[in-house]
Design a protein around this ligand. Structure first.
Ligand SMILES: [Ca+2]
Ligand SMILES: [Ca+2]
Length: 554
């Protein structure tokens, strides 16, 4: 039970009532009690009068204490702050504490895991960026609406008729911010100049979109501010145009030149799509700037109003651009160094929470939007580092490596420290779980696929979920039920696997029309049981049809 500071002060003052007659009392009961004490003390200085005064003071004190308790039970509970740190393309095996053979130290994340609970069977909704973010913020499978990512200058994908997580929290008095990678679309057509080619046609033109097509001075609707965030800072998508900083719904500096990428990245390709850019756009400055602004925003918060910070990182996604202080620090090349920088950002955010006095009353979630990009295969060969850990597959895949991701929750005194738990968990569940945390009712027609995992997080119960559908592209689904997973497609692989990898890692080609694994016995998905368990295949296929047909699972 919480007793407000004001109530405690009143009680303390009442207990020292015989000396504190001049105290300010604003409640009628307090005035009455003070009056009684004054009368008794004025009655004389003999011992009887003193005894009577003391007993009246005691009674008065007890009355006030009772009043304080009543007031405390009327007062709303002090809501915890909520911080979601969302890495981009960070694999299950990139979290140091989760991979005994890791070549990438992640001391801050390891410490976060030690202070909280690490969940080892947690999943993003999709194997790619945009759909996982949609699912997290709406508590709904992305595939009920769409599959792919939002491309350069595409419209918003969030549903205005559905509540988002920040909208839910805003209604409960939270201050809300998104700092980092948005990648959920904006209404770009609203800032197109008259005569500019429609978005779709401009996309196909060589060189993409001319900067002059847009009126960059105008506010851009449909972004974070239209979906429940009070504040946004970021560059939308780090490898898509425009290459510019956004604050709230405007670009800070006009992106008026075509993108130029003169130097090479630390690993892999730029993967930067052509289009308008601020002159001399500095990709290396992106993560440091986002980190700085997140810390600044936390620093502006107070104990009086709870806050929600959604901080989707642009790392360790391509372009892989670790700043000089991290170059060469890992034993897994440029990507490893960029993961270390990601870890360092986590450390700085946690320090900012500590410095602001928020850490004890903040639920921190760290997870990733999908598995590692295809460069992970080459890292296995070159550095003996497995970004996918013991799992099969990478980003996009229906195999576990595509969507089983690092997941840590820290909430001092609520989420057990130092725990490691299995049990099926989806990022879709964050919506209903956080609704429980803040005591919010989920509006009808919202978060249809989200289970409250509050009791799972706090260590009181097993997971509330036993079934989960995995999907990236329109033509391939997988379904998980207990230890079993059925891949209802010819292959769980979507991203190309290099020829050397399968024989070197004990994988064989699949002659069957689907794949069935028991993850309890075969986490690496090496032994396809599809032909051996036709009943299980049928049962899971029926369940998949059922979930897809029903429209919701909760
Ligand atoms: Ca991603
Ligand atoms: Ca951008």
């Amino acid at each position: 039970m919480h007793i407000s500071r004001r109530a405690l002060l009143r009680t303390t003052a009442a207990a020292s009532g015989s000396r504190g007659l001049g105290m300010q009392a604003d409640a009628p009961q307090e005035r009455i009690c003070v009056g009684v004490i004054e009368v008794c003390l004025r009655g004389g200085n003999d011992s009887v009068a003193h005894q009577r005064a003391r007993s009246v003071v005691t009674v008065a004190g007890l009355l006030l204490m009772a009043q304080a308790v009543l007031q405390a039970s009327d007062a709303p509970p002090h809501k915890p702050n909520i911080v979601i740190l969302y890495a981009d393309d960070m694999g299950y095996g990139d979290l140091g504490v989760q991979n005994p053979d890791s070549r990438i130290p992640t001391p801050h994340l390891d410490q976060l895991a030690a202070q909280g609970t690490r969940f080892t069977d947690a999943h993003s909704s999709s194997g790619v960026c945009t759909p996982s973010r949609y699912a997290l913020l709406h508590g709904r499978y992305h595939w009920r609406k769409f599959h792919g990512i939002v491309d350069s200058f595409d419209p918003p994908v969030l549903d205005s008729e559905r509540t988002t997580l920040p909208e839910l929290l805003k209604a409960k008095g939270y201050k809300t911010a998104c700092i980092g990678k948005w990648h959920l679309g904006w209404d770009w057509n609203m800032i197109q100049r008259p005569g500019a080619a429609p978005i779709g046609r401009a996309k196909k033109a060589p060189g993409g979109f001319p900067a002059s097509d847009f009126d960059w001075g105008k506010p851009i609707p449909g972004g974070p501010l239209s979906h429940g965030f009070d504040f946004y800072f970021g560059d939308d998508v780090p490898n898509f145009p425009p290459y510019a900083w956004f604050e709230n719904d405007r670009v800070i500096t006009e992106p008026n030149v075509p993108l130029a990428t003169p130097e090479s990245t630390a690993e892999g390709a730029w993967e930067a799509r052509p289009g308008p850019s601020v002159k001399d756009w500095d990709f290396w400055a992106v993560m440091p700037k986002l980190t700085e602004r997140a810390i600044e925003w936390i620093g502006r918060q107070t104990q009086d109003e709870p806050f929600f910070l959604y901080f989707p990182f642009t790392s360790p996604h391509a372009p892989i651009v670790p700043t000089p202080e991290f170059v060469g620090k890992s034993q897994a090349g440029g990507f490893g160094d960029f993961v270390m920088q990601t870890d360092h950002t986590v450390g700085r955010v946690l320090q900012a929470l500590q410095d602001g006095g928020f850490a004890d009353n903040t639920l921190v979630i760290f997870t990733s939007d999908n598995g590692p990009e295809h460069y992970a295969y080459e890292r296995v060969r070159k550095f003996h580092h497995r970004s996918m850990g013991p799992l099969r597959g990478v980003k996009r895949d229906l195999w576990e490596g595509g969507h089983r991701v690092p997941f840590i929750a820290r909430w001092p005194g609520k989420v057990p420290a130092g725990n490691v738990r299995g049990g099926l968990l989806s990022q879709i569940d964050l919506f209903a779980t956080i609704a429980t945390v803040v005591g919010a009712d989920i509006p009808p027609g919202t978060a249809e696929d989200s289970y409250s995992q509050f009791a799972f997080l706090t260590g009181e119960s097993p997971s509330a979920r036993d079934l989960l559908v995995h999907n990236t592209n329109a033509n391939g689904y997988a379904i998980r039920r207990g230890d079993w997973v059925l891949i209802a497609a010819k292959s769980g692989g979507i991203t190309k696997v290099p020829e050397w990898f399968d024989p070197a890692n004990g994988y064989t080609s699949n002659p069957h029309p689907g794949e069935l694994y028991n993850l309890h016995d075969d986490l690496g998905q090496k032994h396809n049981l599809y032909a051996e368990h036709p009943d299980k295949v049928r049962e899971l296929m029926d369940e998949l049809d059922n979930v897809r047909g029903k429209g919701q699972v909760r």
